[in-house]
Design a protein around this ligand. Sequence first.
Ligand SMILES: [Zn+2]
Length: 428
Amino acid sequence: MLRAIWLLILLGLGVWAALFLRQMGGIVEITVGNTFIGVPVWLGLLALVVGFVVLHGILSAWKSLRGWPARMRARREARHRRDGDAAVTRALVALAAGTPDQARLEIRRARNLLGDTPHTLLLTAEAERMAGRNDAANQAFRLLSQREDGKFLGLRGLLRDAMQREDWPAAQRLAREAEAAQPGAAWVREERAALALRTRDWKEALALSPSEQLTGHRRAALALAAAMQDPETASALEKQALSADPGFAPAALAVARRQAAEGSPRRAKSTLQAAWKVAPHPDLAEAYLADESDALARVKGAEALTHENRTHPESRLVLGRTALAAGLTGRARAELEALVSSGSADRRAYLAMVDMDAVELGDSAAGRAAEAKWLRAAAAAPAEPRWQCLSCGTTHAKWEPVCEECGTPGRIEWTGGAAAKGGSVVTT
Ligand SMILES: [Zn+2]
């Protein structure tokens, strides 16, 4: 509206100026050679204005004509981008809905429209992987890894695939490349830790695992496994294992064995005692009493070992057994009967009762009756605790860093037995 008013005012002024000039009169003379043209001033000015307007119009039209292909191109690109973005969205929806074929179709459309961008390549790889076409997925990841802006994403996809294929050398190489592409990325660190576990490089796994995730028994198991691999730093790693889980018997045994070998049998014994206090384990008692050959000295030894955890089923069992071996049947009976009546006895306690009655009652009718009774009880009692892989259930004669049966690392633990109910047995 305001523009129209201005235009009207301008037009009015123009007409007024033309009329004014016409009233004024006067002539513009143009001489070319012998030709003489004379026009009134107002007509001359009008011709000038019209000439300017026409020239301006021609120039504008030329400029617009020249920019036309670029404008068309930009419009086409904008349309492609819009359609491509829509295809990407549809591909994401298809991926989320678990329909890989639809996702592949949409992503192919998006790639045609948008070209190879980190987004389209990543989505291609994910869709192909979901469709079970790992080769095509890896090709997309490789293309991605060759780009500066998608290098990490590509390497990450290739690494994941290599780990799935259990191609450990390739996985290690890719993990190193990914680390170089994105130094300190938490994901790479975790993958390298997982890789170290799979390749049984315990020391590397221990160094790479985030300290907040690797605590207690897990740290202890990994540190002891590393100690078994590396004799140079074994001493420090064994101590680290024991301090991470003071009740981890294999770590206590390793530390004690080293202390004894270094000429400190007393320190070795106190290490075993400390571990017994936290989590009694038959191997600790065996190591503690190993150098006592005299039966009575073994009773004394068992008392010294167990005095801070006197009523634990393992403590009662070792006291009862050593007393029985030394012929102290009254003492043995007191311990074993207390154990049986506590309800936390496993098979070993009943078998010890069989031995005891055989010593006390001999080959009599009462002895045979007692033996039958305890054997029945033993059959019904929980089995003794043992090293067992929590992943596949295989039992192992001793603790190992990895279960050879199923290949799972760090899952062999001291399990079962009635003692487990007491809660003092090592658990994760
Ligand atoms: Zn296993």
